[in-house]
Design a protein around this ligand. Structure first.
Ligand SMILES: [Zn+2]
Length: 167
């Protein structure tokens, strides 16, 4: 997760050439993505090459969603989706363990976000970042590994219930 901020292509005059198999890449959509990270080229889990493919490759031959593309590791098949109308990944490549961990932490986060921060996600992420001792811009579930997800889940649980989580 090295590059944050707005994509420079969003305001450049040069013609945007979408990488295969994307039909287009939209400047407006690029500008909407804050905290972007670079497209992955090698897998953080196994080190193999990563390709940009239709998500039919992971959903049994059927494309799924409005922007049906993923970055997919050719080795361990970890993957991550893309921000709509862009070639920007939603987060880091996730293997099954990471995907499950990210899924597991989400409901608790949504709840604390709603109940304590009036639905203000940025405020909730800042709060969580401080407790996890990481920078706010690095605090997104799409960037977390399984360990960080578990850490976040514990922090949220303890804060919501006032009880210590079982280790
Ligand atoms: Zn891999």
């Amino acid at each position: 997760m090295d590059i944050f901020g707005i994509d420079p292509r969003a305001s450049s005059a040069e013609k945007l050439v979408p990488p295969t198999p994307l039909p287009h890449v939209s400047r407006r959509a690029l500008a909407r993505v804050r905290d972007r990270i670079e497209a992955p080229t090698t897998c953080p889990h196994c080190g193999e090459c990563v390709g940009l493919v239709s998500n039919a490759e992971i959903y049994n031959g059927r494309e799924y969603g409005d922007w049906p593309y993923v970055y997919l590791c050719t080795g361990c098949r970890a993957y991550v989706g893309l921000h709509p109308d862009t070639d920007l990944p939603l987060g880091t490549l996730a293997d099954e363990e990471t995907r499950e961990a990210r899924k597991s932490v989400k409901p608790g986060f949504m709840r604390i976000c709603r109940e304590r921060f009036g639905g203000d996600r940025s405020a909730a992420y800042s709060w969580l970042a401080e407790r996890m001792d990481i920078e706010t811009k690095a605090c997104h579930f799409g960037f977390f590994d399984a360990y960080q997800c578990a850490q976040a889940e514990r922090i949220i649980y303890e804060s919501m219930t006032g009880r210590r989580a079982r280790p």
